[in-house]
Design a protein around this ligand. Structure first.
Ligand code: NDP
Length: 273
């Protein structure tokens, strides 16, 4: 039996077990996927333990996305640039390989919405935390021109310098209306919705507002964006697409069914609302 898990703290709310078990069951694989609470500060000891227990791979969520890096004997180029990993695979020679599937997950999710060409397109990204880092890396490499706005401007400048290969613009979040007019797409990576707040938006005129949040934290923001005339989408597609990238790494390139996992997630969120 191949053992897989997501580690984090808190981790009980994670949809990853549902997503991966949906695929494992559908494909009849001899594998299991569980969620395991690992408190901050215990990352290295936990990884040694999981290696001993011969886990095939792990997904990594907060607060471990950076803390796992010292234990990775191999890292993808994306992990180096983003400075965080969300997927670990146990190496046959011992130790772990670290990948970041949030970046290709975002591109795949946007592709499902018909957005696959980014060269010459302007993307307005809101927020400069961990999720923004993967998004910046992905969109920069995909050829987009990015305007990154954050409440704390210095953080935006810093992550642009760290994650991007080309210069882009940054500014304060309250300058959103000044920049929104030239954006082909707006991506919200802030966690404002978790505190019940939303970012005020100007008129969208049918353009896409993509919110990386999903479930209750996304509701007020998406309702506001809709009311302002934006086409909206929550971050569930990205969540499932990044999971599919991890699954493919662990199961030798198998591409699981995105739609079936998306439906399972939406049903679960509705039942727990
Ligand atoms: P972080 O805590 O790393 O970053 C939070 C960001 O939000 C910071 O830029 C912060 O600004 C900003 N922010 C927080 N509160 C407010 C507010 N009230 N007004 C304006 N800005 C605010 O979070 P993450 O980057 O890890 O996660 C962000 C969101 O993305 C979460 O909802 C998370 O669930 C989601 N996510 C979704 C994924 C998916 O697959 N769909 C993957 C990863 C994350 P400042 O720097 O000024 O503090």
């Amino acid at each position: 039996m191949k053992r897989l898990a997501v580690i984090g703290d808190p981790v009980g709310h994670s949809l990853s077990p549902l997503i991966h078990m949906t695929w494992i069951d559908a494909l009849g694989l001899d594998a299991s996927y569980e969620s395991i609470r690992v408190p901050a500060g215990e990352t290295a000891a936990a990884l040694d333990d999981f290696e001993h227990q011969e886990f095939l791979g792990l997904n990594v969520t907060l607060p471990h996305k950076q803390a796992v890096l010292p234990k990775a004997s191999e890292k993808s180029a994306a992990v180096d640039a983003i400075g965080a990993a969300n997927t670990l695979s146990r190496l046959p020679s011992g130790g772990w390989r670290a990948d970041n599937t949030d970046a290709p997950g975002l591109i795949a999710a946007l592709g499902r919405l018909g957005l696959s060409e980014f060269t010459g397109k302007t993307v307005l990204m809101l927020g400069a935390g961990g999720a923004a880092r993967a998004g910046l890396f992905a969109l920069d490499r995909a050829g987009a021109d990015i305007i990154l706005l954050n409440r704390t401007v210095e953080k935006a400048e810093q992550i642009l310098a760290e994650c991007c290969s080309r210069p882009h613009l940054s500014g304060p979040l309250d300058a959103l209306s000044d920049h929104a007019g030239r954006a082909n797409l707006v991506i919200n990576t802030t966690s404002a919705g978790h505190g019940g707040a939303h970012i005020p938006l100007p008129a969208g005129e049918g353009r896409l507002f993509y919110d990386m949040s999903y479930g209750a934290p996304a509701e007020a923001q998406l309702a506001h964006a809709n009311a302002q005339g934006w086409k909206t989408e929550d971050g569930l597609g990205m969540l499932v697409c990044q999971a599919a990238e991890s699954f493919s790494i662990w199961f030798d390139g198998v591409r699981p069914d995105i739609e079936v996992a998306l439906t399972a997630c939406r049903t679960s969120l509705e039942q727990n609302a």
